[in-house]
Design a protein. Structure first.
Length: 161
């Protein structure tokens, strides 16, 4: 039986990093006629990685976070988000409060692999509909191989294409 921890060994250390942009293109449906719908950026926290977000409408979006440790771990999470309220307009931007639900997968070479459900709650600031700064918390409930709770979070930035 092939163990999940061996998943990381299938890929060269930098394969995911080198092909990050291609991975995002397949994860998000692109509409070439729409502008400023796809945001790409960085996420600093636990875990630290790269992030992408696709704006489905004014009130809904999907996001993904890809993170890794070069020697032994890979992490991915995705959420379907709802903008709960516009908090305040400030200069050329707007603050929003959002929450979402999704899934996560973590593969670690030491055998600490896990899969489960994830949520997020946060606040973001869109500047000129081109830049997004955000702060979020993400509770996670591991379902496989056993149950467990974890709370992660971070700050980030995205640039919209």
């Amino acid at each position: 039986m092939y163990r999940m921890k061996n998943l990381i060994r299938l890929f060269p250390k930098n394969l995911i990093l080198r092909h990050f942009w291609l991975i995002l293109l397949f994860l998000f449906p692109l509409n070439l006629n729409s502008q400023n719908k796809l945001g790409l950026g960085v996420y600093l926290g636990v875990p630290t990685g790269v992030t992408g977000k696709y704006l489905l409408s004014r009130s809904n979006s999907g996001d993904v976070l890809l993170a890794w440790r070069f020697n032994d771990a890979f992490f991915v999470q995705g959420h379907y988000n709802f903008n709960l309220s516009e908090i305040e307009r400030y200069k050329n931007g707007v603050f929003n409060f959002y929450a979402g639900a999704g899934l996560f997968f973590k593969a670690v070479s030491k055998g600490d692999d896990s899969f489960g459900v994830s949520g997020n709650i946060g606040v973001n600031y869109f500047l000129k509909q081109k830049y997004e700064f955000f702060l979020e918390l993400s509770p996670k409930l591991g379902l496989f191989p056993g149950t467990g709770f974890d709370l992660t979070g971070g700050i980030g930035f995205r640039f919209y294409l």
